[in-house]
Write a protein that binds this ligand. Structure first.
Ligand code: ADP
Ligand code: MG
Length: 356
């Protein structure tokens, strides 16, 4: 029998840490705990939606995202063109979350031989469509074969004036917590696609029934980045104290702001903006509508905080909802139900590595 030479009899093997134990954010913290920054122009490294690099008159914002087949997208119902569009948009959204303007991106692709050139043409048509809409230059990338499936990694550069940048860490006790658009529809879109996928798999003759759900499916397959919010806020004379985009779900993103800013929060469940039909559909799927917003994710709206003194300026702006406020860290992080009951705010977003 084979015995490892350096193993002494009776020696106890060190316990290895499973990734499930750590979760995605625990893993990132662990991997990056010894990272040092050597250059003073690195104004912000790991920990925000984008790194912030001093470039003289302006700052550069740098962000990257990886999309993996079977984890982030399912090609059974995700057309290649939409996939390309979404891969670009999720990166553009990170620049919007820093209050910056997207400028250049690179696209790296690993594909197995299962894919045709025509399929990848479609993928690129989607990427280029997003570049055209958001005026981003596609300036490079990398291409590799892959044993199985597809992976797309997009990196993006944005720019802003130094004083315009909004970090996750700038929220203060008393600030108002605001969100753009409405939440939860992208998750309902996913549930509808998953339901129709199984119908389709049982009987391939049956066509998936997707009419009537265009808004929810559109939110899932073809999200948009809120690059418009920067100008809207400038127009009403507001600079957010902190900002993040909603990729994982409202709860998870709110907790990121709390953690990075060292504050607590009161988030009022009844104030969360949810499309009326999404609300109905959620009930059909036997989920509480606010849970779709809090834990569903992929809405790519912006969550931000503003100074309490800005209340008058922001309270009547269409498409922006005040959903709560920040408190002292010692007061905790709470969701207040419509009945006035306080429950601790917890994140159950797409923390894909945690066992459910
Ligand atoms: P987002 O959801 O906005 O894309 P993430 O939650 O993926 O951000 O990442 C949180 C922070 O951790 C970001 O600043 C990101 O750059 C950093 N990060 C994520 N993965 C790694 C990694 N493997 N090595 C170094 N930094 C990482
Ligand atoms: Mg982000």
């Amino acid at each position: 029998m084979y015995e490892k030479k350096d193993k002494k009899p009776g020696e106890i093997k060190p316990k290895l840490t499973s990734l499930a134990e750590l979760g995605e954010f625990g893993l990132i913290d662990r991997l990056t705990r010894d990272v040092k920054y050597y250059h003073p122009e690195t104004l912000r490294g790991i920990g925000d939606d984008a790194a912030v690099i001093d470039a003289g008159a302006k700052v550069l914002l740098l962000s990257t995202d990886l999309l993996v087949e079977g984890i982030h997208f399912n090609l059974t119902y995700m057309p290649f063109k939409h996939l390309g569009y979404k891969a670009a948009v999720v990166n553009i959204s990170d620049i919007a979350a820093m209050n910056g303007i997207p400028r250049q991106m690179t696209v790296s692709l690993a594909v197995s031989s299962r894919f045709s050139a025509e399929a990848l043409d479609e993928l690129y048509a989607g990427i280029i469509m997003a570049c055209d809409k958001y005026k981003v230059d596609l300036v490079g990338g990398d291409t590799s074969s892959n044993v199985k499936g597809m992976m797309i990694s997009v990196s993006i550069i944005g720019e802003a004036k130094k004083e315009e940048v909004t970090y996750r860490s700038g929220a203060r006790s008393g600030d108002l917590l605001c969100v753009t658009g409405d939440l939860g529809s992208a998750y309902l879109g996913l549930l509808i696609l998953e339901r129709e996928k199984s119908v389709f798999q049982i009987d391939p003759e049956m066509q998936p029934e997707l009419t009537g759900f265009e808004y929810q499916i559109g939110r899932q397959l073809r999200p948009e980045a809120r690059t418009d919010i920067r100008n809207l806020l400038v127009g009403i004379g507001i600079k957010p104290t902190a900002m993040i985009d909603i990729s994982d779900g409202l709860a998870s993103e709110t907790l990121h702001i709390c953690k990075q800013s060292g504050v607590g929060c009161k988030l009022f469940e009844g104030k969360i903006p949810i499309d009326p039909y999404t609300r109905e559909l959620a009930k059909e799927f036997k989920i509480i509508p606010s849970v779709a917003a809090l834990s569903g994710g992929e809405d790519y709206e912006l969550l931000f905080t503003v100074n309490q003194g800005d209340y008058e300026k922001i309270k009547d702006i269409a498409g922006i909802t005040i959903i709560g406020h920040m408190t002292a860290a010692s007061e905790g992080k709470y969701l207040i139900t419509p009945d006035g009951i306080s429950v601790p705010l917890t994140a159950q977003g797409w923390d894909g590595m945690k066992s459910k």
